[in-house]
Design a protein around this ligand. Structure first.
Ligand code: JHZ
Length: 399
């Protein structure tokens, strides 16, 4: 059967740039753009992008996303590292997509390997004494690692597996590298949470797939792997942490959280294409509401900026056609984003010290997934009457 026939398109977010490809002025004219559309696979139930972007265009030595920019995420990974060490006592550990070492820093460098295709970050973890393979995760790399270091008791990946186009190759690579009682744990944004919250901005070039437990179960199974635990997390707007083992591994029981999640997804309608069509209508309404709110604020003479140049904001602003005439600039704490321009819209990005000041009336909360952390930090802004806007779960202003 033609695989593309069972992939049904449900969402068109228009022409989009590389979400994390922050630009210098002299790069405005030859920007790469692609059609950001989402499809639902009737057979596996997997939601993916219709058009994949070449990995080298996104993940290279200029990769801008720096996981340690958030205190929430630092605590999140420290707690997870402690928990995995206590429960599973792994010796050989491998992380796929180790970014700035936010997770592996809690493991012994002598027995921990990292895989990171973005050279700027691979250099950081190599400097931290973790043997880092500056490459994409593939079955060939997995074979090489097995040859050099033996099998792994724990393979971990955060916000990375959903970036990889070929999931069968990815999972085969994992299966071949696990020790007899080894486990694979990974976490990525959750499809049900995206659908519940209308957070369509989880879709951008890097997120080749947005996973449901149902789809993962189907794809893992055909690669002789199975899920034995699912944890629903609040980070990144709602993620699932998936615990996986080989079907031959008898050390772990399959826990009730797996069936609970499968049932919940089915009841929500994730296995029914109609649900995706309803979501698409909601996204169009979200765009209309956001643009209309920003235009009203502009007419009232308010100064509106955006807070956090997240990848997600690239999707929202490009889809909604929001430019400097509606949002003056974006503030962000990441050194490599400051002084650059947002992909596609070319809205300037400046530091919070420079841009988040008395003159701001309203800030679109781009980093809405860190709302609690940011509300805690910005009490001065809020107490002088500053307001935030979000589109999650619907377009609204709050303070
Ligand atoms: P944040 C990235 O998505 C990309 P993004 C990636 N594909 C992925 O899956 C997720 O992460 C996990 C800034 N900020 O984390 C920092 C402030 O300025 O939501 C970041 O640039 N002030 C790997 O890019 C941005 O906001 C603050 O107080 O959508 C947030 O980006 C805080 C807390 C953050 O990820």
């Amino acid at each position: 059967m033609d695989k593309n026939k069972i992939k049904k398109e449900f969402l068109d977010l228009g022409k989009q740039p590389i979400a994390n490809g922050f630009l210098n002025k002299n790069e405005f004219n030859n920007e790469f753009l692609f059609e950001l559309k989402a499809v639902y696979d009737e057979q596996t139930k997997l939601v993916s992008l219709k058009e994949f972007v070449a990995p080298e265009l996104m993940f290279n030595e200029n990769y801008a996303y720096h996981a340690s920019m958030s205190e929430t995420m630092k605590i999140h990974f420290k707690e997870l590292a402690d928990k995995l060490q206590e429960e599973f006592e792994p010796v050989n550990v491998l992380e796929i997509g180790s970014n700035d070492g936010i997770f592996i820093r809690h493991f012994n460098p002598d027995t921990t390997i990292a895989v990171e295709p973005c050279k700027n970050f691979a250099d950081m973890t190599n400097d931290m004494e973790y043997k880092t393979y500056d490459e994409f995760w593939t079955n060939n790399l997995s074979k090489l690692i097995k040859q050099n270091h033996g099998t792994m008791d724990l393979i971990y990946a955060a916000n990375c597996i959903c970036h990889i186009h070929d999931l069968d190759d990815t999972f085969t690579a994992v299966k071949n590298l696990l020790s007899e009682d080894g486990i694979f744990v990974f976490e990525d944004p959750s499809l049900i949470r995206m659908m519940e919250r209308g957070s369509y901005d989880q879709l951008y070039d890097e997120h080749a797939h947005i996973f449901s437990v149902t789809a993962l179960q189907n794809i893992l199974k055909r690669n002789e792997l199975e899920i034995f635990r699912v944890e629903n997390l609040s980070v990144h707007g709602g993620s699932n942490r998936i615990y996986v083992k080989s079907i031959h591994n008898r050390y772990q029981d399959i826990e009730s959280s797996v069936e609970d999640n499968l049932l919940r997804e089915n009841e929500f309608g994730l296995n029914d294409f109609k649900t995706y069509q309803i979501f698409s209508d909601r996204v169009q309404k979200s765009r209309d509401d956001l643009v209309s709110m920003l235009k009203t604020l502009k007419n009232e003479g308010k100064k509106v900026i955006a807070y956090g140049a997240a990848s997600k904001v690239t999707t929202v602003f490009n889809y909604c056609g929001i430019d400097e005439s509606l949002v003056e600039y974006i503030t962000d704490t990441t050194p490599s984003k400051i002084g650059k321009y947002q992909p596609g819209t070319h809205i300037p990005i400046i530091s919070p010290e420079e841009g988040f000041n008395e003159s701001v009336d309203v800030a679109y909360l781009g980093a809405w997934n860190f709302k609690a952390e940011i509300m805690n930090k910005e009490t001065d802004y809020l107490s002088r009457g500053g307001k935030f806007i979000t589109h999650v779960p619907q377009v609204m202003m709050f303070s």
